[in-house]
Ligand binder design. Structure first.
Ligand code: NDP
Ligand code: 8X3
Length: 248
């Protein structure tokens, strides 16, 4: 029987690429996001069984309804990729938008917790499972204007470590991947659709691709049962810290 992976934020970027690579490993996929059309497109592209769940991770009732709707044959989830998330805005704290702060805390922190709470107890019951949390270099250091996004990813870092401690002895592994600059729709969302500003973030150097990160996630989830890669920081070669990038 195939293993089952549930990927949040599968409609774009790192989540999409991870779904593709896990499909190549033979995982059946539960793919999640708000953009149903994108999930449909992904489902048509991969050669494995898929189940699409359309929900907003900010809404806890939507999260529980979606997870409760999973048919029995899909319920033995082996791998959970907690990937859905984004930055909203890049401003000094004193100039920041409360709406943006709410979005980042609700999506990146509370959304991740809601999904985890809906899935991990069943992993514990079955005595096996693997959660991969997508953190960020922004969860390891703070950069100017990053304030609340960095806070949300520091929270993911703490939750990742707390989850691993609490799941000791249950058979459920917990790993985190913390990327630096990856060229996805991330900056387009951060800059509210300003495509020139977004692409400027990745000008003058080779940014990571979503596939680069997905490849690391694939490596993490395919280690033998006794091996757990607890945490990883992944930079493009031209980057050494959030704001230290060597550009042409
Ligand atoms: P994208 O913007 O390309 O993808 C974000 C994904 O998250 C989309 O599939 C989106 O789906 C989903 N998502 C966002 N908000 C919600 C929501 N409210 N409910 C459900 N799903 C949601 O960005 P990335 O692929 O780059 O980002 C993926 C993760 O990687 C994020 O956690 C991000 O913080 C992290 N990261 C990204 C880095 C980068 O440089 N790109 C670096 C470090 C970490 P939809 O809109 O369909 O709901
Ligand atoms: C995304 C990377 O440097 O924009 O988490 O915070 S960064």
């Amino acid at each position: 029987m195939s293993k089952i992976a549930l990927v949040t934020g599968a409609s774009s970027g790192i989540g999409w690429a991870t779904a593709e690579l896990l499909a190549a490993e033979g995982y059946d996929l539960i793919i999640c996001g708000r953009r149903e059309e994108r999930l449909k497109e992904l489902a048509e592209k991969v050669n494995v069984r898929t189940l699409s769940l359309v929900f907003d991770v900010r809404e806890k009732s939507q999260v529980s309804q979606a997870i409760d709707s999973i048919p029995e044959e899909w319920q033995s989830i082996d791998v959970l990729i907690n990937n859905a998330g984004n930055a909203h805005g890049l401003s000094k704290l004193q100039d920041g938008s409360i709406e943006d702060w709410d979005a980042m805390i609700d999506i990146n922190v509370k959304g991740l917790l809601y999904v985890t709470k809906a899935i991990v107890p069943n992993m514990v019951k079955r005595g096996r499972g693997h959660v991969v949390n997508i953190g960020s270099i922004a969860g390891k250091e703070v950069y100017p204007n990053g304030n609340v996004y960095c806070a949300s990813k520091h929270a993911v870092d703490a939750i990742n470590n707390g989850m691993r401690l609490d799941l000791l002895g249950t058979g459920v592994k917990v790993s985190q991947v913390c990327p630096g600059l990856v060229e996805t729709e991330f900056s387009l969302v951060r800059f509210k659709g300003d495509a020139d500003r977004a692409s400027g973030v990745y000008d003058g150097f080779d940014a990571l691709t979503a596939h680069d990160i997905a490849d690391i996630i694939r490596f993490i989830v395919t280690r033998p049962a006794h091996v757990n890669i607890a945490d990883t920081i992944v930079f493009p070669s031209a980057q050494v810290a959030s704001t230290l990038v060597s550009k042409n």
